[in-house]
Design a protein around this ligand. Sequence first.
Ligand code: ARG
Length: 467
Amino acid sequence: MAESNTDTKSSNQMWGGRFASGPDAIMEEINASIGFDKKLFAQDIRGSIAHATMLAHQGIISAEDKDKIVHGLNTILSEIERGNFEFSRRLEDIHMNIEARLATLIGPAAGRLHTARSRNDQVALDFRLWVKEELEKTEKMLTGLIAAFLDRAEEHAESVMPGFTHLQTAQPVTFGHHCMAYVEMFGRDRSRVRHAIEHLDESPIGAAALAGTGYPIDRHMTAKALGFREPTRNSIDTVSDRDFAIEFLAIAAITGMHLSRLAEEIVIWSTPQFGFVRLSDAFSTGSSIMPQKKNPDAAELVRAKTGRINGSLIALLTIMKGLPLAYSKDMQEDKEQVFDAAESLELAIAAMTGMVRDMTVNTARMKAAAGSGFSTATDLADWLVREAGLPFRDAHHVTGRAVALAESKGCGLAELPLADLQAIHSDITNKVYDVLTVEASVASRKSFGGTAPSEVRKQIAFWRARN
Ligand code: ARG
């Protein structure tokens, strides 16, 4: 789609009535948004068709003019879709590019389309429609990611792995439980998306420049035609806020943060040192010099995309924070941030869904690692509380001595001879060995939301019913 930049001398055909000459070349360059807002063409045309239909219904324009306008707009839609439309920077933005083409196609009737509206409510409408569709897409993609995790969680409800705090072995958990932690995170992200859709589900069109209009328009009619719950309730707010875009970016940033933590775990897990997972060839690359390497590039890029998304959120917050009501041209800078973040987010969710579905889980490695690092020390302390009646603090101290002994002998807690344990505390019996294995440790943690396979399966069932 070519952009023409000719004829800078004549004044703008849409708003140039009081201007003797056209803009300076630099003015045109800084002012134009067509380079990026052409992405809004479908929303712009939908909005215009709904507006024109309402104007005719209210007797503000004639039915014949409305028919010409609608026909012309549909022609333009297919021209753009087929790549047959010449975008012009001289016409600034998508709204004026389409309106100018409409004038060429249908003549003077085109001039009636902009009755009772302004580009201020027009752009607010187009952008809201775009963000709404993007949120709906995000909701579906998150549902796909959650489904991928539910499948892996079910498959690995019993697979033990080390649970970490400070990235140091803490207590054994199951891989299924770990997967379900991500289900919770992405489930909250998805409910944030749903709330955001509810927040923005009001139609801006008809707010006009900022004060509403004297024409007898029907904003409920356009709201309904465009699939909004209702029209917005304050025309000044309607054209002056972009919180719906900021909310999208904030959700993208939070979701990105979750995706990035997962990416980081995958990077760590796929090292030969950990060896917990093996990425499929489809989501890794080789090295051009080191033949043995398999690099988790997709995970690394998901981690990096999060930085871009955070940047977009801060950019738009900063753009908006000093603006007096109502519209200021600063707001034109909202779109590139949202478009870029949306692209990054979609890619990141898609890549992660693929990686989670495809990766091979090395349960033997995970289990071996789960048993190292004295991961059942808490189980020993709990046994002393339960079976020997010790206060937890004393049990903690006794266990610490057992850990120190095992460490000096270079063995695990379960390998310490009973005599050694009894030398530390005389009430210890050979029943203690029942809780020192990782399987016993995991199976005992049946508290609601705990890591026991029985509990993890309950949570999987809970989410399956909601996904
Ligand atoms: N391209 C503009 C934007 O994206 C459209 C609104 C222009 N309104 C105005 N009063 N100049 O914000």
